[in-house]
Design a protein around this ligand. Structure first.
Ligand code: HEC
Length: 427
């Protein structure tokens, strides 16, 4: 036997013996707690979005069947993008091995193991450094005491009269339990202050939606989201005298709750070498018009970009639809007919939409075209349908209407960009 074969066989033996030893005394403190702390506790701890805490052994054992179910069906941790299509930097997924371990531990009696006092680190989602600009909602908002969702717009003037470049943005929900998601927009016309506090069911919203915004989707946040941040030397332009508009979705509360959320901006301190640009595909880019969803039908639409005139390096993508959306897929087709997958969401969930950051600069060569395809289910088979019987639905910002957008952040391509991997270390 060759020496190298001996090494392989003996290391295989070592791996196997370790595995059987660990499966014999599979226990909470050694095996399960680290997985839960890494993947569940960021949301499931007091004051966060998860409806209960998962910090202790008892927290897990009293809901073990439910945990087994949500983990096996990949309902938790919430993550929409299909990992067989593309992986992302901010991915939140359990591996098959982790799911097997949790399932096996629960079915074999949930051995606690040796208690350790040592506390485990919980993934940090916010910067430690002081932000350059903090914008807070002018007043605390009383979330209606009701069993329906509430969608509101808030207007936050920035009072910056010079051009700045953003290197990072973070959203801090005032009420971590009931702020379900938040979308940030930038207006540079100074015509939007009247939208402050407006419910999206207010018909006046349709007037505001006519204003061309500087950024329709600066950043989309859901519980557990990372801040959006750009690589060194790269920044996103923030026009002087611009205003921030927040569109916040509140979950039903059933008791009096307040929210006063904050957005933190971090500016670049050096001049940027490359400016972050936005490529948006929207309803006008649909090639099978009109964008109209007849009642009791499933509708499919395809959007198509212009041909790219130069090489670009993509940083992030964010698909956007409302409650009738079911499926979303986007890819680039190069001049040589190669396909570059961007994102695929097989089971769209309005409540968990967010921005997806690529693991590295994704080069899309000159001559490519970007496509996005979406499917909408406006039948009674869609549990998210707000109208029973279904109604005909057209375009609009309000969640009773529909949208189809793809927002990509990119910079102009620079040699070797594709070798540049982004880091999740935030300081
Ligand atoms: C990004 C935040 C987040 C993470 C990470 C997360 N959860 Fe949740 N979880 C929630 C929220 C919010 C809800 C309640 C709303 C819902 O069910 O969508 C929830 C609901 C649940 C429920 C109840 C489901 C039901 O149908 O009532 C279970 C069980 C659960 N989570 C377990 C877990 C486990 C186990 C993990 C880790 C493997 C985890 N969660 C990770 C946010 C999170």
């Amino acid at each position: 036997m060759l020496n190298s074969e001996k090494v392989i066989i003996s290391s295989l033996w070592l791996i196997m013996s370790c595995y059987s030893a660990s499966s014999q005394n599979l226990n909470y403190f050694e095996h399960i707690r680290p997985i839960i702390y890494e993947n569940c506790v960021p949301c499931h701890q007091p004051g966060q979005a998860g409806p209960f805490s998962l910090l202790s052994y008892d927290d897990i054992t009293i809901r073990s069947k439910m945990i087994q179910y949500v983990v096996r069906h990949r309902y938790m941790p919430p993550w929409q993008a299909d990992p067989d299509y593309r992986h992302f930097l901010n991915e939140r997924l359990l591996t098959d091995a982790e799911i097997d371990l949790i399932t096996e531990w629960i079915s074999t009696g949930m051995n606690e193991g040796n208690k350790t006092k040592e506390s485990l680190p919980v993934k940090r989602l916010y910067y430690r450094t002081v932000p350059d600009l903090t914008l807070t909602m002018a007043e605390s908002y009383d979330i209606p005491n009701s069993n329906t969702d509430d969608f509101r717009f808030f207007h936050l003037p920035m009072d910056i009269n010079e051009l700045r470049y953003l290197r990072a943005i973070e959203f801090m929900p005032g009420n971590r339990r009931y702020v379900h998601h938040s979308r940030m927009m930038v207006d540079s016309t100074q015509n939007m202050s009247g939208i402050d506090g407006m419910s999206e069911f207010d018909p006046k919203v349709s007037e505001f939606q006519k204003t061309p915004l500087a950024d329709e989707f600066l950043y989309g946040w859901v519980p557990g989201s990372f801040p959006l941040f750009f690589p060194d030397g790269v920044g996103k332009r923030l026009e002087p005298n611009a205003d921030l508009i927040l569109n916040i979705h509140y979950s039903p509360t059933g008791r009096n709750q307040k929210d006063q959320s904050t957005v933190n901006f971090y500016f670049t301190n050096k001049p940027v070498k490359r400016e972050v640009k936005t490529l948006i595909l929207r309803e006008n880019d649909i090639i099978n018009q009109p964008f109209y969803l007849p009642a009791n039908q499933i509708s499919n639409f395809t959007m198509k970009s212009e041909v790219l005139e130069k090489d670009i390096s993509m940083i992030s993508v964010m698909p956007h639809m409302h409650f009738l959306g079911k499926y979303f897929e986007s890819y680039a087709v190069t001049a040589n007919s190669d396909t570059i997958p961007l994102i695929r969401i097989n089971d769209w969930d309005f409540n968990w939409q967010t921005m997806y950051q690529f693991t590295h600069y994704l080069k899309i060569p000159e001559g490519s075209v970007i496509y996005a395809k979406a499917r909408y289910d406006n039948t009674i088979n869609n549990p998210m349908n707000q109208f029973i019987p279904p109604k005909n639905i057209g375009y609009g910002w309000r969640t009773v209407s529909e949208m189809m957008n793809l927002i990509c952040y990119y910079v102009d391509y620079k040699k070797r960009d594709e070798r540049h991997y982004f880091s999740t270390d935030i300081d």
